[in-house]
Design a protein around this ligand. Structure first.
Ligand code: SF4
Length: 215
């Protein structure tokens, strides 16, 4: 069990999966910079959170719901949780469904699904219920994508959270490795991946040649 002061933000999962260095810059060095992608995402979440709660038929829609798991050691906020009742007046809940709003369209990477699964693990612990699936809503295609929380995704989510915790505990920011994702990174200017990657290559080259001279 983790205490309240030692919880990892659920958003760190996504940052870590995108790039461990980005995760460390944000969550160790507290560096944050908006770019087009993050600004659009922020607007989408603000819109989702502008309403707090509403109900229609037998469903309660709870927006911006804070969640946490002391067992796994994570904390965050659900964009939307749908509480579906058989009969809302009798409070007989039949289904609880977390929904996360995302900008753009479904990605090839799994980090949106892992973030949603982490929210679901929190809800399960807080409400002592089982949650079998949730949805990712992508604003570009305006469709919900159903994500099943099977054993595989649960294990994967817990594994990534453990890796994030290890990274944050070391308080060491990994070196930059320039790749195609850097162009989409909001911390490109702060990270300077091209410079550091060149430096890393030069260091490795020198190290290799010094070792050869020693032979
Ligand atoms: S610019 Fe590239 S290496 Fe640097 S934090 Fe972003 S994704 Fe990672």
């Amino acid at each position: 069990m983790y205490d309240e002061e030692n919880l990892i933000l659920i958003s760190a999962i996504q940052h870590y999966r995108f790039c461990p260095r980005q995760c460390a810059l944000i969550h160790i060095e507290n560096i944050w910079q908006e770019n087009q992608y993050t600004a659009e995402g922020l607007l989408l979440h603000r819109k989702a959170h502008s309403i707090q709660k509403e109900s229609r038929h037998n469903v309660v829609f709870q927006y911006g719901l804070p969640v946490r798991s002391l067992e796994i050691g994570i904390i965050g906020k659900c964009d939307l949780v749908e509480f579906r009742y058989r009969d809302i007046n009798n409070h007989n809940l039949i289904n609880t469904i977390p929904i996360e709003y995302k900008r753009g369209k479904p990605k090839r990477d799994d980090y949106d699904a892992l973030q949603l699964c982490a929210q679901s693990l929190c809800l399960e612990e807080m409400l002592n219920i089982a949650i079998h699936y949730g949805y990712l809503f992508y604003n570009k295609i305006r469709k919900r994508l159903k994500i099943y929380f099977n054993d595989n995704i649960r294990k994967q989510t817990i594994k990534i959270i453990s890796e994030v915790r290890t990274l944050l505990d070391t308080k060491v920011v990994p070196k930059a490795i320039y790749s195609s994702i850097c162009k989409r990174c909001s911390l490109y200017d702060q990270c300077k991946p091209e410079i550091f990657s060149k430096q890393l290559k030069t260091d490795n080259y020198l190290k290799k040649n010094i070792e050869l001279l020693k032979l």
